[in-house]
Design a protein around this ligand. Structure first.
Ligand code: ADP
Length: 480
């Protein structure tokens, strides 16, 4: 048994609390009961003493003190009832003391006299030498002025003490049973409550990268455990997706790198084995260099992607005009389009302020414009447009190119996806450009969408949060 386990700690707490509650209740009941028993005995003795005082002692002027013993014996029979009655005169001392009871439960002779004069009623517990405690109530008579008589009425505490002893005995018997019950019950309840956790732990220990499709058992308890197991399962699903994604990414990346490497190697080997050197040596070195260029681009793209994945999409965060960035980038890339006789127009209506990483957002424009030019045949058109829409900056790049088939549209932002591998490869594309665009847009709190019709052209729409103007607010400058 692990003392640090929750089951153990819950059981220990449960047992400790139950034991403490039981002890407290026991002590409370013990003293409550004792108080109650003493009070009811005191009440009855007080009543008796008062009745004797108000009836028998009050009539002494008529009947005389000598009649008292007989009258008390006749009315109360203290020897038979095991009661103690004593009447004392302030000056003449004890006038009457009841005889020893028949059951010898106490000895009246051992009860010490009360010091005179007695001015008010009081209760005391006498503990005579014989060990039989007596509860005695003393009542003065007459009650007002200077009382001449005191009447004492008492009864043994033995019966009440016996009840208390029985009670203590029952408590002592029940105590170990309660502790055992609390420990057993606590252990059982804690084990039952944590059984689903045990199952989850056992299943979780079995899950590795090789069986990420397995899931943890979901305890249908409707409580936090059900939520925990469901949340863990969702996490495993996400890990599974990410893991599969990574595996695919690595496979695609190595495949992409292998092809140009094979070509370069083949070219170089054939050059090496030829003597005299081939007459087309410069062309073949040129072709190998082209492949090296392609490789370099792929590696650079992969590097850019891995940095984006690592959360480095925003190396800087500055406020700038997206319209201006788009116009200048389009101008720089015009030559590419001119070579293919493609007309590039750029419509930027006014300032479109955004906050972000200028270089990365320029990459977005370059990749989209490059694709538009790449996939548009000669004499086609590419239109760039920047605008603002509510709180958003919008960049649209539309072309009259080959378009994208409807079934490929949802996948164009996936890594290494190309509609037509052979054609894209011939154009130098590895299928990473759009995934970089998407990663940058998402990192800037925006998004990119595509709509396209095969044979008629494509339209890419980038939306980014618009940088709000500098607002003067109660003397403070807020720039967002
Ligand atoms: P690539 O480097 O191959 O161009 P991208 O990620 O930029 O990779 O694009 C993915 C694929 O989407 C491309 O291979 C191409 O098939 C398609 N595509 C992208 N832009 C366009 C466009 N403007 N017109 C037609 N097809 C496009």
């Amino acid at each position: 048994m692990n003392p640090r386990s929750i089951t153990f700690q819950l059981t220990a707490w449960y047992a400790a609390l139950l034991t403490a509650a039981f002890l407290l209740l026991g002590v409370f009941l013990y003293f409550g009961m004792r108080h109650h028993l003493h009070r009811s005995l005191a009440d009855s003795q007080s009543k008796r003493a008062r009745v004797i005082a108000d009836t028998l002692v009050a009539r002494v002027p008529e009947t005389g003190e000598a009649a008292l013993p007989q009258e008390i014996t006749d009315r109360y029979a203290p020897e038979i009832n095991s009661r103690f009655i004593r009447i004392t005169h302030r000056d003449r001392g004890v006038l009457y003391t009841s005889a020893a009871p028949r059951d010898a439960s106490f000895d009246p002779a051992l009860i010490a006299p009360v010091p005179q004069p007695v001015k008010k009623t009081f209760t005391r517990i006498e503990q005579p030498a014989d060990g039989n405690d007596l509860l005695i109530v003393t009542v003065p008579h007459p009650a007002a002025g200077a009382p001449a008589y005191t009447v004492e009425a008492g009864a043994p505490l033995a019966a009440a003490q016996a009840v208390m002893r029985d009670w203590l005995f029952t408590l002592a018997l029940a105590f170990p049973l309660v502790i055992a019950g609390a420990l057993g019950g606590g252990w059982f309840l804690a084990r039952r409550a944590f059984a689903p956790v045990e199952r989850i732990i056992r299943s979780a220990e079995q899950i590795t990268q090789h069986n990420l499709i397995e899931r943890l058992p979901v305890a249908r308890t409707g409580d936090e455990l059900e939520r925990l197991s469901a949340a863990l399962n969702h996490m495993i699903s996400r890990l599974d997706v990410a893991f599969q994604h990574n595996l695919r990414f690595m496979a695609d990346a190595s495949h992409e790198l292998r092809t140009p490497l094979t070509i370069i190697r083949g070219e170089l080997e054939s050059l090496l084995t030829q003597s005299p050197p081939a007459p087309d040596l410069p062309e073949r070195i040129g072709s190998a260099l082209e492949e090296v260029e392609r490789l370099t681009k792929i590696v650079e793209s992969l590097f850019a992607l891995s940095r984006l994945d690592a959360g480095e999409a925003q190396a800087e965060s500055v406020r700038f005009d997206l319209a201006q960035l788009v116009a200048s980038t389009a101008e720089q890339m015009c030559l590419l389009a001119e070579d293919k006789h493609i007309t590039v127009t750029c419509r930027a209506d006014g300032e479109v302020p955004v906050v972000g990483d200028r270089a990365r957002l320029k990459q977005v424009v370059v990749n989209l414009l490059d694709n538009a030019i790449k996939y548009t045949p000669a004499d086609g058109r590419v239109n760039l447009r920047t605008s603002t829409d509510a709180s958003q900056a919008v960049l649209e790049i539309a072309d009259t190119g080959i378009g994208i088939p409807a079934d490929a549209l949802p996948r164009v932002f996936e890594r290494f996806f190309r509609v037509d591998k052979a054609r894209a490869r011939a154009m130098g594309g590895a299928g990473i450009g759009l995934s970089i665009v998407k990663a940058i847009c998402v990192a800037h709190g925006g998004q990119v969408e595509v709509s396209s019709e095969e044979g008629r052209g494509s339209r890419f729409k980038v939306t980014l949060p618009l940088a709000t103007a500098e607002i003067k607010k109660e003397g403070a400058h807020v720039v967002s």
